[in-house]
Design a protein around this ligand. Structure first.
Ligand code: SF4
Length: 490
């Protein structure tokens, strides 16, 4: 029986990364490499995963499943169906078009058969003009198999008149707006592309003499012992042949890079390297900046585990206030309560997090978390701390107030569900019932990410739209649906 991973009823107060991608070429048994890579990228999407491989004798093969990689792509029965030395894979959280109603046909990679042979693609990001493209393609006769935006790329490739697949892919991606890191494959080539602004990550690694891998994050290179070569640059396409020859091109009009700053704050794994910087180190530095910006007299700095941990360590280091594990996370809660009964659901966050009573009793606690989205979990954690005898609770948040939805591949609630879009910081403090509440400033976040001078308002180095409301790519589909961009007065 397949079991869906939990919808994380107690994690629904976090933004969700929507995908991770991985590809391999020139290795014996590519599917095993891909399965391990996807396992390391599981934090980017837990709903479903898929692998496509190609073998000259057996042709293209694909397996797409709901659930965790470890439950689907470790069985010999499944892995035997994926022969070959080239392949790509994908893990997903549901995309914008299909929240809650994902069908297996929406699970990537997608496959297309063209006159010059088959190709498969896997996409991390979100196409902001997908509705318009889909309408146009359907009017011209395309028949869509899924509700996923990413399928547009295959149909656009089918309409291209170019004579080989990489060129068709360039044609297709030039029509696409938004954020994309794509891995794709033909019978003999592995292809990696990043959108011109490089919003989502994609890195290149090497295995042995002729083998290459492409991955959303470097943590997936480590798990297979691949050597990190470099990041795929914003707007770059690399094509790697089965003989180990790599060619690079820049098929798009050049634009200023706007990497997602939330990858540094929360999405990426702390053991990954982004833009040459350790994610852990950046998060630690966020804590240092937070302590400089928002000091408070207290007895103990505690993280909300696990994502608040590096920033809490940084805060404690900078402030000189002792660090302690005031909240303990139950690592094994995942699959036990897949569909919690109402009674268990009411126990809420306690199933996953518990207070270390002996440590926090009578203490003034600084609680460090990565973000506040709806605020529901923050309130529960504060209640737990006070019930267990904490004298004061001071929240310090390792990101600025999340006030705007993301349209570039991260599942965000609408503005009316984002606490910071509805309330001032003081109103939020009262709503959460804490003694103080402070968020890191955008400048402080930029400094922590290595931009010493802070955020340049005329040319921000990162995408920070969910904090600033300044979208580097106009979300045209959403505007057509009534979304209102920030006005000059806001
Ligand atoms: S809107 Fe926020 S989460 Fe989305 S890409 Fe930009 S910084 Fe990242």
């Amino acid at each position: 029986m397949h079991t869906m991973p939990p919808s994380h009823p107690f994690d629904d107060d976090k933004l969700k990364e929507e995908c991770g991608v991985f590809g391999a070429i020139g290795v014996t048994d590519a599917a095993s490499f891909i399965a391990l890579g996807l396992h390391a990228l599981q934090h980017r999407g837990q709903e479903a995963g898929g692998i496509v491989t190609y073998d000259p004798e057996a042709g293209f093969h694909s397996a797409r499943r709901f659930g965790y990689v470890r439950d689907n792509f470790t069985s010999q029965k499944v892995m035997e169906t994926l022969p070959g030395s080239i392949g790509i894979g994908h893990v997903r959280y549901s995309t914008a078009g299909s929240k809650g109603t994902t069908a297996i046909r929406d699970v990537q990679p997608f496959f297309g058969e063209f006159a010059m042979g088959g190709a498969a693609i896997a996409h991390n990001g979100n196409i902001t003009n997908a509705d318009a493209l889909r309408r146009e393609l359907i009017e011209r006769g395309s028949i869509f198999q899924s509700s996923s935006d990413s399928e547009c790329i295959i149909h656009l490739m089918a309409r291209s008149l170019q004579r080989n697949i990489p060129e068709r892919m360039k044609d297709a991606l030039r029509r696409v707006e938004g954020a994309f890191s794509v891995v794709a494959m033909t019978r003999t080539k592995l292809i990696g592309v990043r959108d011109p602004r490089g919003v989502r990550p994609l890195v290149l690694g090497k295995v042995g003499d002729k083998g290459y891998v492409l991955s959303s994050e470097t943590c997936a290179l480590d798990i297979i012992g691949a050597e990190f070569v470099r990041e795929i640059e914003p707007g770059e396409m690399v094509v790697i042949s089965d003989q180990g020859k790599l060619t690079s091109s820049k098929p798009f009009e050049q634009q200023a890079s706007r990497f997602c700053i939330f990858e540094h704050v929360y999405f990426s794994r702390p053991d990954s390297i982004l833009e040459g910087r350790s994610v852990y180190e950046t998060r630690h530095q966020i804590g240092v900046e937070l302590a400089k910006e928002s000091p408070v007299d207290a007895d103990l700095v505690c993280p909300v585990p696990d994502s608040g941990t590096p920033a809490a360590i940084g805060y404690a280091h900078q402030s000189g206030i002792p660090y302690g594990m005031g909240i303990i996370r139950n690592q094994y809660m995942g699959r036990t309560f897949i569909e919690p009964s109402e009674q268990i659901r009411n126990m809420g966050v306690r199933l996953k997090l518990n207070v270390n009573r002996a440590l926090i009793r009578d203490k003034r606690i600084i609680l460090v978390d990565d973000s506040v989205v709806r605020g529901t979990t923050s309130r529960k954690i504060k209640d737990m701390l006070l019930d267990a005898g904490a004298a004061e609770v001071h929240f310090r948040i390792a990101s600025p107030p999340t006030m705007w939805p993301c349209f570039y591949g991260v599942d965000t609630p609408d503005r009316d569900k984002l606490l910071a879009a509805q309330m001032s910081v003081e109103e939020m403090r009262q709503h959460l019932g804490v003694d103080s509440l402070e968020f890191i400033s955008l400048d402080g976040l930029y400094r922590a990410a290595g931009v010493a001078e802070g955020r340049d308002p005329k040319a921000p180095r990162y995408c920070d739209a969910c904090f600033s409301g300044e979208y580097p790519v106009v979300p045209s589909d959403m505007i057509a649906k009534g979304f209102e961009m920030k006005t000059a007065a806001e």
